[in-house]
Design a protein around this ligand. Sequence first.
Ligand code: SAM
Ligand code: SF4
Length: 473
Amino acid sequence: MNLPNLSDARIRTKNRSVVKRDDYVVPDSVKNVGKGKYYFILTYGCQMNVHDSENISAIMEDLGYSKVDDMDLSDVIILNTCAIRENAHNKVIGMLGRIKHLKEKKPNIITVFCGCMAQEEGISKLLRDKYKWVDIVMGTHNIHKLPLYISDLLVDRKQEIEVFSIEGDIIEGIPFKRDSKYKAWVNIMYGCDKFCTYCIVPYTRGKQRSRLPKDIIDEVNDLVKNGYKEVTLLGQNVNAYGKDLDINYNMANLLEDVSKTDISRIRFVTSHPWDFTDEMIDVIAKYDNIMPYIHLPIQSGSDRILKLMNRRYTKEEYIELFNKIKKKIPNVSISTDIIVGFPSESDDDFKETLDVVKKLKYDLAYTFIYSPREGTPASKMKDDTSMDVKKKRLEKLNKLVNKYALMNNMKYKDSICEVLIESESDKKGKYMGYTDTMKLVNVDCGKEYLGQIVKVKITDVKTWSMDGVVVND
Ligand code: SAM
Ligand code: SF4
């Protein structure tokens, strides 16, 4: 048993991360253990978790299991959890209750609890003491060891908890079962060293570790060979890519090298404003296959709150960067993240956030009520704003955000956009995809367009999506 602890998770050394290429092993004892059996996986949280679940799915299929969408029919249940806000927590705890009932009926079901929540000291202890029936608890650093945990479990049926609070390594060679045949997530880095005071990620995901450029380029070339049209370069703070490598190679260099492959579309998330260089902006502007869409979280419009958040930029610096991006990258769309109700946020601070939104008129904003995370510096700050006031602020902010989302979308009415058709839409008889600027379009077309980038005329626009028809053959 190995439990996590927050003080170790906080440590950052100058040691270069180790790249491990042979650590994913499937023991003979479990090679076909899942034949004729099913796994069910539930993923909470960000793209990083979604992509981790693509790893976990491939590992399960390496063991012979097949995926099933109905939990009641499964032999293995995997919860890949998120710790970013309290509501993600609550959903997982609720789900554990449901699984317990199922396990009472089918005691041989294997239950796996992994992801960021497992990295939390309190949660792993809770699983040890109160949820003994959860068979395997593993963290974000040791997904590749799942076959070993299943092998051990089948021998002794004892709860296995192995969660490491370490800076972390780079594990190459874990297989993927990608959700899409056309667009793929490509990790370019793991972890985060920014330590924004509200955020649990640097503790749950370890230190910033950049993958080597060749490994990334090889993965993209492989995706191209397999017919993929779009890659999203993934990391908590992608603009800092390469800072931890001693090879004088940065995010601008990586973007340029990826753009020279034959991949049609390149996206990247998430950009911290602090590390966004002019060189990067120039590269994005120069290459047609780097999409003109940037997610640039501001978090707050008040310098006082930004300082308390340890965001390392002022409102003015952010606005200057925003304007530079708008000026240099034609047709760019920009989205953001905003937290309301950070400890001590006053009406005036909140008004400054509203003012920035009015000024910058974002294409889209993901808005959150601040949620205290145990062990983070902000969780110890005095917070005397009531939840009622925070909810009202969020409501006001969302109204404004929606107004500008619709206003930006209106510009697309009757225009022709390129859309990568990726799947059936929720709207009957339609297919959906995104424009280069990340606008969701429901397209009136047949399934022969799946996986193709097609020209679409926008016939109608709404706040969150648009409708269109194909105009090329
Ligand atoms: N690395 C990204 C960045 O720095 O912009 C963000 C990663 S985080 C998974 C996504 C968003 O969750 C953040 O931008 C922030 O707005 C929000 N978030 C993080 N911690 C939060 C907290 N304790 N309470 C509320 N929202 C939070
Ligand atoms: Fe969290 Fe800040 Fe790192 Fe983003 S940059 S993951 S908000 S600590």
